[in-house]
Design a protein around this ligand. Structure first.
Ligand code: XMP
Length: 590
C-alpha cells in the first residue's frame, strides 16, 4: 500500500502496539517491526519509535536494535526501555533507579520546545520503570524531569532524537497525543490513514484470504465479535458467514436471550445459539487456578465449536474459523516476541494457537484496539447501544469468581493503615505479571485512596491492589476475616449474576452507564466477622483501550445504593471497592 509510514520497533512492552494505534489515530500509517530489524530494512520509514520493554539494557538477553538506525537520518523517539536503550547505545549511562515508579508522576517541562512545544509547565505522566538515565549521551539535553527521575525526557535537537522515560501512548498521560503529533510533524510524514481506509483494505484482505470458502465465527454479543461479524458479512455476504453464540452459563443475568435479540435487531440472521451451560460448569468444578480456569473455558469453547461444525457437517476444507480477537487479547498473552505473559486470553489457548499457525483462523480486527473497533462499528452502521456496551470478557463471570484451594482465618489488626486480605489477584507491574494480595485500606473512601493505593503497591512487594469497604453485614469494627475453599459453582454464579445485575441496573437508573468504561463485579469467598460467606468487589473502570485504566470515581450515593441492595442477600458479608489503577492492578481480578 502506498502510505508513507512510521515504524514502531517492538521491545516487548505492553504498550508497543498502542504506540502504533496512537500514530494511526493521528492519520499516519504505522507498522510494528521486531526490535532487531536491520537498519537497511527500515530505511523507507519517515520516523522510528523504539517501544518500552520489560527488561533492563544490562540484561544479557535483552533485545537491542541495530545501532546503524541512528545513522539513517530520520527522527527517532525512544520510550521507556527504548529511551534507555538509545542512551545506552549512544554513550549515555543507564542505572537502576532508586525508586521503581509505577503509575502517575508529575513531569516538569523544562523546555517547552520541539515535541513539548506549547506544553504547560507540568503534566501528569504515566511511569512504569526501574532503570533510569543518569548521564545523557553526547548531544542530548534534558527537557523534562520528575521528582524521582531526572532526564525523564531528553532531546538531541540536531539529529531529531528524543527519549521519554514515561509513556505518552497511555491515555492517562496528559497531552500524550500532542507529543506524538509534534513528533510526526518533525518526521514530515503524510497523514493519509483513516478507519475508512482500514475498511477498504481489510475487505480486500478478507476476500483474498477466504477465497471461495466460508467463515464460521464465534459470537459473544460483545462489541468485538459483533463488529467482526459485520465486517466479515460486508466482505463476504450473509450466506458465507455463520455466527455461533455459545451460552456457557457464565454470562450475565438473562444475557444469552438479550444477545440473540440484540443481534437479530441489528440484522444478523445467520446466528445460532447453543446451550452448553452444564458442560462448562461441570468442567470448572473443583478448579481454582485462574490460568487453568481460562484454559478450560478456552479449550471447551473450541471443542463446542468443533462439535457444532461436525453436527452441521461443515467440511473443514470449505470453512475457516473466525474470531473477534482484538489487540490487547494477544499482547497480554505474551503474543509478541519479547512480551512477557500477563495472562492467557481465552482465544489464545494452545488449541487455537495451533490452528492459527496452520492458517485456519481469520481474525480481521486483531490489530485494532477497542476505540478503533468502536469507530469501525459505527462506520459499519451497527446500533449505537451495541457499539458502546461495556466490554465483557469471553470467559465471562468465570474469571470474576475467585476460587481457593485452601481455608484461612486471620485476625485483622485495627489502627493500622491497611489489612492484607488472604486472597490473591492478577496485576501488572513494569510489563510483568504479578499475583499478589489486595490490601483493605482502613481509611474511608475518599479522594486520596488512589494515591494511597499507588504508594502502597510501589512500596510493598506482597500487594498489587487496594480496596476500601463500602458496606458490610456486620456490626462494629472488623476483627476477623476468613476464606473458604471454593470453586465455580452454579450457586456462586447465581449470587454474582444478582449482584452484577444490581450494579448494571443502578448505573442505568442513575445515568452513569456511559460514564464508566467497564465495571467488573467480582465474587470472593471472604467472610468478615463470621457473617455471610461471600464478598462482592466493585471494579468501576475509566479507560479508552484497556491497556491503562483508572479506577472510576462515582458518586458515593451510587455505591451506597448498590451496596445496600447487594447486602440484602444474607450470603454476602461485605461489599468492597477496588481503587487501584492499571498498572499496577489489571482490570479483571484474574
Ligand atoms: P485486564 O484484566 O487484562 O483486561 O486489564 C483488559 C481487558 O480485557 C478483558 N479481558 C478478557 N477478554 N478474554 C477476553 O475476551 C479474556 O480472557 C480476558 N481477560 C481480560 C477485560 O475484561 C478488559 O476489558
Amino acid at each position: 500500500m502506498g502510505h508513507q509510514k512510521v515504524v514502531v520497533l517492538d521491545f516487548g512492552g505492553q504498550y508497543a502496539h498502542l504506540i502504533a494505534n496512537r500514530v494511526r489515530r493521528l492519520g499516519v500509517y504505522s507498522e510494528i517491526q521486531d526490535a532487531e530489524t536491520s537498519a537497511d530494512e527500515l530505511k523507507n520509514y519517515k520516523g522510528i519509535i523504539l517501544s518500552g520493554g520489560p527488561q533492563s539494557v544490562y540484561d544479557e538477553d535483552s533485545p537491542k536494535c541495530d545501532p546503524a538506525i541512528f545513522d539513517l537520518g530520520v527522527p527517532i523517539l525512544g520510550i521507556c526501555y527504548g529511551h534507555q536503550l538509545m542512551q545506552h547505545l549512544l554513550g549515555g549511562k543507564v542505572v537502576p533507579g532508586k525508586t521503581k515508579e509505577y503509575g502517575l508522576s508529575t513531569l516538569q517541562i523544562k523546555q517547552p520546545v520541539s515535541i513539548f512545544k506549547k506544553m504547560p509547565p507540568s503534566i501528569k505522566a504515566w511511569m512504569s520503570h526501574g532503570d533510569t538515565v543518569e548521564t545523557p549521551a553526547f548531544g542530548f539535553e534534558e527537557i523534562a524531569t520528575t521528582e524521582d527521575c531526572k532526564n525523564s525526557a531528553l532531546m538531541d535537537p540536531e539529529r531529531h532524537f528524543f527519549g521519554l522515560q514515561f509513556h505518552p501512548e497511555v491515555t492517562h498521560t496528559e497531552h500524550g497525543m500532542t507529543i506524538f503529533d509534534q513528533f510526526l510533524a518533525i518526521c514530515k510524514v503524510a497523514r493519509d490513514w483513516s478507519i475508512e481506509q482500514f475498511i477498504a483494505e481489510e475487505i480486500e484482505q478478507i476476500k483474498k484470504k477466504i477465497g471461495d470458502k466460508k467463515v464460521f465465527l464465534l459470537v459473544s454479543g460483545g462489541v468485538d465479535s459483533s463488529v467482526c461479524f459485520a465486517l466479515l458479512e460486508k466482505a463476504l455476504g450473509k450466506e458465507r458467514v455463520y455466527g455461533l453464540c455459545v451460552d456457557h452459563g457464565l454470562m450475565r443475568k438473562d444475557e444469552a436471550e438479550q444477545v440473540k435479540q440484540y443481534l437479530a435487531e441489528a440484522g444478523f440472521e445467520n446466528l445460532h445459539v447453543v446451550d452448553k451451560r452444564e458442560e462448562f460448569l461441570l468442567a470448572l468444578a473443583g478448579k481454582t487456578d485462574p490460568e487453568e480456569k481460562r484454559k478450560i473455558i478456552g479449550d471447551l469453547f473450541w471443542k463446542v465449536k468443533e462439535d457444532e461444525a461436525e453436527r452441521l457437517e461443515l467440511n473443514p476444507d470449505e470453512w475457516i474459523m473466525g474470531q473477534g480477537t482484538i489487540y490487547p487479547d494477544t499482547i497480554e498473552t505474551g503474543g509478541t516476541k519479547h512480551a512477557s505473559k500477563i495472562k492467557t486470553h481465552h482465544n489464545r489457548v494452545d488449541l487455537v494457537q495451533k490452528m492459527i499457525n496452520e492458517g485456519r483462523v481469520i481474525e480481521p480486527i486483531a490489530q485494532l484496539y477497542k476505540d478503533e473497533v468502536r469507530e469501525l462499528g459505527e462506520k459499519l452502521g451497527l446500533p449505537h447501544d451495541m457499539v458502546w456496551r461495556h466490554p465483557f470478557p469471553g470467559p465471562g463471570l468465570g474469571v470474576r469468581i475467585l476460587c481457593s484451594d485452601e481455608e484461612k482465618t486471620a485476625d485483622l489488626e485495627s489502627n493500622s493503615d491497611y489489612h492484607i486480605l488472604p486472597i490473591k489477584s492478577v496485576g501488572v507491574q513494569g510489563d510483568f505479571r504479578t499475583y499478589r494480595h489486595p490490601a483493605l485500606l482502613t481509611a474511608s473512601a475518599g479522594e486520596d485512596n488512589e494515591k494511597a493505593a499507588t504508594t502502597l503497591v510501589n512500596s510493598n512487594p506482597d500487594i498489587n491492589r487496594a480496596v476500601t469497604l463500602v458496606g458490610g453485614n456486620f456490626e462494629g469494627e472488623l476483627s476477623k476475616v476468613s476464606l473458604k475453599k471454593c470453586s465455580v459453582t452454579p450457586e456462586r454464579v447465581q449470587i454474582l449474576q444478582i449482584a452484577d445485575d444490581i450494579v448494571t441496573r443502578t448505573l442505568h437508573e442513575m445515568d452513569l452507564y456511559n460514564k464508566v468504561w467497564q465495571f467488573p463485579v467480582v465474587l470472593a469467598s471472604l467472610s468478615f466477622n463470621g457473617t455471610g460467606e461471600e464478598s462482592v468487589i466493585l471494579r468501576p473502570i475509566e479507560s479508552i483501550d484497556a491497556m491503562s485504566a483508572a479506577a472510576a470515581k462515582l458518586p458515593w450515593e451510587f455505591y451506597d445504593k448498590v451496596s445496600k441492595e447487594i447486602l440484602k442477600d444474607g450470603r454476602i458479608s461485605a461489599v468492597l471497592l477496588d481503587v487501584t489503577n492499571k498498572p499496577p492492578g489489571t482490570i479483571e481480578w484474574e
